[in-house]
Ligand binder design. Structure first.
Ligand code: C2E
Ligand code: MG
Ligand code: MG
Length: 812
């Protein structure tokens, strides 16, 4: 152990040397003898003696006490004053510098030694104290804490160590009192803090409280104070000692964790936390809800969809490879729920790595795509299916036809395209309303679907147009049989709102590959054949022939063509005789419109009426027909045909707005003919629920005009409703005459119509009478009148008189 190093400050040379002698003898090492304060201050830093022996009265500007006061504090060098004076004033000054000893000259060698030893001892204790204080400071530092101490009695903060680090200002900033400190606490938290303090006073257990402090710069931080009461000891009163810590970051992390936990618990997505071997560690309620498994069934196991074999092999490999390489994968997988149903899931899986970069967990999120898939399918369905009938729409039909044609080319087979158009649908829609029309379409669609094989396509192209694709249709006979089956299905009576309705269909058929090589040509050909079927078809269907196209090509009159024809006076009325079966005489004629086309010759109503309805001038045509018919009646009366009744056809639109009534009134007024010479034909479907139409009928009846129901049997067949209507005549549609006498169905219907009409006191005219057989049957059932090619086709007005006179040959 090296000798204690001592600096001597003494300006009297002899005294200094003597002192040195003494010290050396006592075993000390004298490192320097200074004679002035300035010398001391210059050397002290380099020499760092263990003790300074300081004479108070020394030469120079600084005396011993002042010199000591200026020693650098951090050196902590013990000073022992040596002086010959002991005045109170000097002692007081000396005390203020906290000396380690005070020796009054003269002193003995033993006194000197003892004083030096005690100073050294005290230095050791102070060093240890400093050490432990530093230790505490460093520890608080490391913990980011400040220390505080409150005097329980005075509530003063007696100590506040490193609080500035926590609080942004030193303890003095709070004015030194606990109550002032509360001013720096967010108001809501003051009570909490105050209450915690009160508890500390009464309990010995340590306590911790968290509160929000407001720093001098205004920022709010979460603080945690921990404290413990130290009971009063000897002369020391009770104290509360503790630490203060800024826990804002910790709090924020806690908040984030709480939020994450809430999300984890509340989200509808499924979340799994897996261990590195993909075994379930944690599962959220969302996952259980999606898959139907409960937590207990999942924990500790690898989810089924991540096992080999649950996905297609290449997908499974892809997922595992991606997890190994980049630690994440995202995509759609197929899982099975607890019930074994397949669930489309979007999986997003990612590795969670430790700071050493090893995978500690995987987090997997699952979104149930079932609803999205269903919505997609619904959209697909909407795009490809007709919402009303749920049949494929035009788009899907086109696609199916393309594929079917492809197969035919490959297999060298044929297919048939059937274009099906409902015959009386427009009238049903016009007169019974769209909701009834919709029900009819829906039902007819079902019936049609039932009439073909499952692999055949029945599509709705729009309106009342349907298309049927028949594959493997190599024999025209088979196709015709299907066409008849379809027609029969369409004709099946159906009940809407308790009322029986019936419709029928015209079917055009084209064949692949014979009638066309492309979809467009095939459909066009079937469409053309359908028009032919409507006009002439015996059974309501027609196969396409090339000459149909030629005919149809010229026969497309546009709306404006017909409008122009009306203005240019190109429209004429033809008249078809109606013969009384009783007398054999012509009792009336039906006026049927024709267009005297300058190039095409005579054009029929099938082209005129739809164009006029589309173009919105059907009412103008109706006015013209009524006026023209009445003028014709007057002419015939003038020519001696006094009792020739003329029937005109009315359309639904005319019945609705009073135009027909006005037209009839005007025409009667203009021509002065007797109203009972005029007959108005309406179709039965116009009557349904049409108050305006029924009012028109009553008004017409009032005028004295005769009313007839045309095309009877094709609309709603509710005879009883006719009872209340001012109708005189009923015309059986030629569709029911056609099949007589072979078709027993037709026979039964015609017979029933006549019988019921008679019960309602209506007279009956049969349309489409073409054969002697028809005549025989109609005579037998007691039908009053007949109209048809058997007697006469519609003819120009000029020929009517000749026809009547020609017939007026006495029978026999
Ligand atoms: P409708 O009132 O039932 O007229 C009878 C239709 O049957 C006429 O056709 C007539 O030529 C045809 N017909 C008559 N006897 C026979 C027969 O024995 N066999 C065959 N196969 N057909 C026969 P048309 O002249 O082509 O008229 C068709 C329809 O056009 C009429 O059916 C009627 O609903 C409508 N129509 C004709 N003229 C007018 C009119 O001035 N105004 C309105 N709104 N519609 C009219
Ligand atoms: Mg008619
Ligand atoms: Mg008719």
């Amino acid at each position: 152990m090296s000798a204690i190093r001592i600096m001597v400050v003494e300006d009297e040379r002899i005294v200094a040397l003597h002192l040195r002698q003494q010290l050396l003898k006592l075993g000390y090492d004298v490192v320097f003898i200074a004679s002035s304060g300035e010398q001391v201050l210059r050397q002290i830093g380099n020499l760092r003696p263990d003790v300074v022996l300081m004479d108070i009265h020394i030469e120079g500007d600084l005396d011993g006490i002042e010199t000591v006061a200026r020693l650098p504090a951090e050196l902590h060098i013990p000073v022992i004053y040596l002086t010959a004076y002991s005045e109170e004033a000097i002692l007081a000054r000396a005390r203020a510098t906290k000396p380690f000893g005070f020796l009054l000259k003269p002193f003995s060698e033993r006194e000197l030694h003892a004083t030096i030893q005690m100073a050294l001892e005290r230095r050791k204790v102070e060093e240890a104290l400093r050490d432990s204080e530093e230790h505490l400071t460093l520890a608080l530092d490391a913990a980011g804490m400040g220390a505080w101490e409150v005097d329980a009695q005075s509530r003063r903060i007696v100590r506040a160590g490193h609080i500035e680090r926590v609080f942004g200002c030193a303890g003095q900033g709070f004015g030194g009192s606990l109550d002032r400190f509360l001013d720096h606490v967010v108001e809501d938290d003051r009570v909490v803090l105050a209450r915690a303090y009160e508890r500390l006073l009464s309990e010995t257990a340590p306590l911790q409280v968290e509160f929000r402090g407001i720093r001098p710069d205004g920022t709010v931080r979460w603080l945690r104070a921990q404290g413990k009461a130290i009971p009063p000891r000897a002369e020391r009163p009770q104290r509360i000692i503790g630490v203060l810590q800024d826990v804002s970051d910790h709090k924020a992390a806690e908040d984030r964790q709480r939020q994450a936990l809430t999300v984890f618990e509340a989200t509808r997505d499924g979340l799994l936390i897996l261990d590195p071997l993909l075994r379930v560690v944690t599962v959220n309620p969302g996952y259980c809800a999606i898959t139907g498994f409960d937590e207990a069934e999942l924990l500790g196991r690898r989810p089924r969809m991540l096992e080999a074999g649950a996905q297609p092999a290449d997908l499974h490999d892809e997922i595992m490879e991606a997890l190994k390489e980049g630690g994440r994968w995202r995509g759609e997988i197929a899982a099975r729920n607890r019930a074994g149903e397949v669930l489309p899931l979007l999986m997003n899986i990612a590795a969670v790595r430790s700071e050493h970069d090893s995978v500690v967990h995987y987090v997997a999120a699952f979104t149930d795509l079932t609803a999205i898939r269903a919505a997609e399918e619904r959209l697909q369905h909407l795009a490809h299916y007709d919402p009303l009938t749920d049949l494929p729409n035009r788009l899907l039909a086109a696609d199916r036809l393309d594929h079917a044609m492809e197969r035919c080319r490959r297999d060298r087979t044929s297919l048939a395209v059937l274009f099906v158009d409902l015959d009386y649908f427009k009238r049903i829609n016009d007169t019974l309303g769209h909701s009834v029309g919709d029900v009819v379409l829906k039902t007819v669609a079902q019936h049609m679907r039932g009439a073909v094989r499952a692999e055949d396509t029945v599509a709705r192209l729009g309106g009342d147009e349907f298309m049927v694709i028949l594959e493997q249709a190599d024999h025209p006979d088979d196709i015709a049989a299907v066409a008849m089956k379809i027609r029969a299905a369409v004709t099946r009576p159906l009940t809407v709102n308790g009322r029986e309705l019936a419709t029928s269909a015209s079917i055009g058929i084209s064949l692949f590959p014979g009638d066309g090589q492309t979809r467009e040509v095939l459909i066009q050909a079937a469409d053309t054949a359908m028009y032919a079927a409507k006009e002439t078809g015996r059974n309501g269907y027609a196969f396409y022939t090339r000459e149909m196209t030629e005919r149809v090509f010229q026969a497309v009159a546009s709306d404006s063509d017909v409008r122009r024809a009306l203005a240019a006076d190109e429209l004429v009325l033809f008249y078809q005789p109606q013969i009384s079966l009783d007398s054999g005489e012509v009792e009336g004629v039906e006026a049927l419109i024709r267009w005297n086309h300058p190039e095409r010759g005579l054009v029929g109503p099938a082209e005129i009426i739809p164009a006029a309805e589309r173009g919105g001038f059907i009412i103008d045509i109706g006015d013209w027909v009524v006026a023209q018919a009445c003028r014709q009646i007057r002419q015939w009366q003038a020519a001696g045909l006094a009792s020739l009744r003329v029937a005109v056809n009315a359309s639904a639109q005319q019945m609705r707005n009073g135009r027909l009534l006005r037209a009839v009134q005007d025409a009667l007024a203009e021509t002065g003919i007797s109203p009972d010479m005029l007959e108005i034909e309406i179709t039965e479907s116009m009557l349904q629920n049409e108050d305006e139409c029924i009012a028109t009928l009553h008004a017409l009846k009032q005028l004295g005009v005769t009313l007839a129901i045309d095309d009877f049997g094709t609309g709603y067949s509710c005879l009883s409703s006719l009872k209340s209507l001012p109708i005189q005549r009923l015309k059986i549609d030629r569709a029911f005459i056609e099949g007589i006498p072979e078709d027993l169905n037709d026979v039964a219907i015609a017979e029933a119509i006549v019988a019921m009409a008679h019960r309602l006191r209506l007279s009956v005219v049969a349309e489409g009478v073409e054969t002697e057989a028809h005549m025989e049957f109609l005579r037998a059932v007691g039908c009053e009148g007949v109209q048809g090619f058997f007697h006469a086709r519609p003819m120009p007005a000029e020929e009517v008189a000749a026809f009547i006179t020609g017939r007026a040959v006495p029978p026999g």
